[in-house]
Design a protein around this ligand. Structure first.
Ligand SMILES: Cc1cc2nc3c(=O)[nH]c(=O)nc-3n(C[C@H](O)[C@H](O)[C@H](O)COP(=O)(O)O)c2cc1C
Length: 495
């Protein structure tokens, strides 16, 4: 669907800015959120209400457009917010936070100083974000067994280096669905980006572009699609949650195609509401409104609060720290209205979406043949970072059997717990084409905006390069199964 303008020296297409460019012009100032009217975001906000002026300054209006299949669009007239837009307690909060924020200069000027790995980014983010927001990103479902296991499983895989290999001219780039990226690492779709930092998805798209890799934009993004596409210099994927209103789907696909997204990434693992107990304990509700509890949290994290107040967040992206479970229940209701993604849906999508089609959330081998028969181009082995169904295997444990079942008919990607360059190399050795990360870049975003995401990618790139070199690999093609040994007693699951 998207044209690729330049060929690399290897003869493979480069992932260029042009590839991410809209084929047809997108109406500026009247851009779809990309999310269908009743779409839920399990991990983020729901759509804004009609005619909302967000405290941060965006004028948002929801319009129901019969011509677009009844889908809801947001008109956003962004203007520079100022305290004169605010009234009462919000105005006082603005002035107080500005004062606090000025004192926070050390963190602001060198937000990424001293950060050398993903654990550091997470720890710094914990200090920057209000607890409920940090937990909403960091946490997993129920007992968080899968969340921990995603990480632990990498520690059962051992590298077997080839120290005598000639590692003269190394190249860690690879191709993903026909597009060259600078390293085998991409950015997962994640809601809440704009809650982490006002730069939100625009900052992430810029950082991904600078790093020469692909960003999968979540359907519940905090910025209008045209702004994200405009910021991107590399191809983007669009992550889709299947709406229950299938009528809305065709016009939505059309808009995604018009906006210039290269691949459609359909999340299949979130048919019903998750149970995240950290969120329940924190009384996390969506959307966030100013309340006593919120103000308290804001006072403890002035930099975040200042950015949040000034950030022009639409109400849809706000999450409520106070106020009990009401909004969670509201989301729960919305989620219950969603139909799970079925094989028939995938077949329908394959018929109507001409670009690359990726399924995110595959966790077993025996469904692969049917998926592949439907013409899917890529599979993301994912358990949603342990955020949806607890007690499922670590993704890296499932990788070998899925790769075996796929038999090279599609590209296999993996996410979940990837925090080191060694993790990426291990995943590639077990058959993955590339890896994706979620939380690490959100934490980088929270700490340093675009620069924070860039720093995260820079650290991981250096680790991948170093691991490959020390393991004796010149290119990703040199990474094969002989490079790893899997220890532990995990039985291969049937299928
Ligand atoms: C805060 C947050 C929001 C997320 N939102 C989405 C989403 O909207 N759609 C989706 O398919 N996955 C979403 N995910 C899951 C990620 O795409 C990805 O599967 C997961 O984060 C990978 O694990 P990792 O965080 O350990 O890297 C989200 C994850 C987080 C942490």
């Amino acid at each position: 669907m998207t044209s690729i303008s330049r060929a690399s020296s290897s003869g493979e297409p480069d992932a260029t800015r042009d590839a991410a460019r809209p084929r047809r012009p997108v109406e500026v100032g009247r851009q779809s959120t990309g999310a269908p009217a009743n779409s839920r975001d399990l991990d983020g906000g729901t759509g804004a209400g009609p005619g909302v002026r967000a405290p941060g300054g965006d004028l948002l209006r929801l319009t129901n457009q019969p011509s677009a299949g009844g889908s809801v669009e947001i008109e956003a007239a962004v203007h520079t917010p100022s305290p004169s837009d605010m009234t009462g307690s919000r105005r006082i909060a603005w002035h107080l936070l500005r004062r606090f924020n000025r004192r926070d200069t050390l963190v602001r000027q060198r937000p990424m100083e001293g950060i050398v790995n993903m654990a550091d980014v997470r720890e710094r983010a914990r200090r920057v974000l209000p607890r409920a927001v940090f937990d909403a990103i960091d946490g997993g479902a129920t007992d968080e067994v899968t969340l921990r296991e995603n990480r632990a499983a990498f520690h059962r895989i051992w590298l077997r280096p080839r120290p005598l290999a000639d590692i003269g001219h190394r190249d860690i780039s690879t191709t993903v669905l026909g597009q060259r990226i600078s390293m085998p690492l991409m950015l997962d779709p994640c809601a809440l980006a704009r809650v982490c930092h006002p730069g939100g998805e625009v900052a992430v798209a810029r950082a991904a572009g600078d790093a020469g890799t692909i960003y999968a934009v979540a359907s519940s993004s905090g910025h209008p699609l045209d702004q994200i596409v405009e910021a991107a210099t590399q191809p983007l994927w669009y992550q889709l949650y299947m709406p229950s209103d299938r009528e809305a789907l065709e016009p939505l696909l059309d808009r995604i195609e018009c906006a210039g997204f290269y691949a459609l990434c359909v999340t299949i693992d979130s048919a019903v509401l998750h149970k995240r107990e950290r969120d329940l304990h924190n009384h996390l509700t969506l959307p966030l409104r100013l309340s006593g509890r919120t103000m308290l949290a804001a006072a403890s994290r002035p930099r975040w609060s200042f950015g949040y107040l000034l950030g022009g967040l639409s109400r849809g992206q706000r999450i409520e720290i106070g106020g009990g479970f009401r909004a969670v229940e509201a989301i729960s209701r919305t989620v219950k209205e969603q139909a799970p993604v079925t094989f028939a849906d995938v077949q329908w999508l394959r018929k109507h979406w001409k670009g690359k089609l990726v399924l995110k959330g595959v966790m077993r081998a025996d469904e692969c043949r049917q998926i592949l028969d439907l013409g899917v181009d890529g599979i993301v082995i994912s358990n949603h970072g342990g955020r949806v169904l607890d007690g499922v295997h670590a993704t890296i444990d499932v990788l070998p059997e899925v790769v075996e079942a796929v038999e090279g008919r599609a590209e296999v990607f993996i996410d979940g717990g990837i925090r080191r360059g060694t993790d990426v190399v291990k995943a590639l050795a077990l058959g993955a084409r590339a890896c994706l990360i979620g939380r690490p870049y959100l934490f980088g975003l929270a700490v340093g905006g675009q620069a924070g995401v860039s720093r995260v990618l820079e650290i991981l790139r250096a680790e991948i390069e170093q691991t490959m070199a020390l393991a004796g690999c010149v290119t990703v093609a040199d990474i094969d199964s002989s490079l790893v040994h899997v220890s532990g007693d995990r039985q291969r699951s049937p299928g």
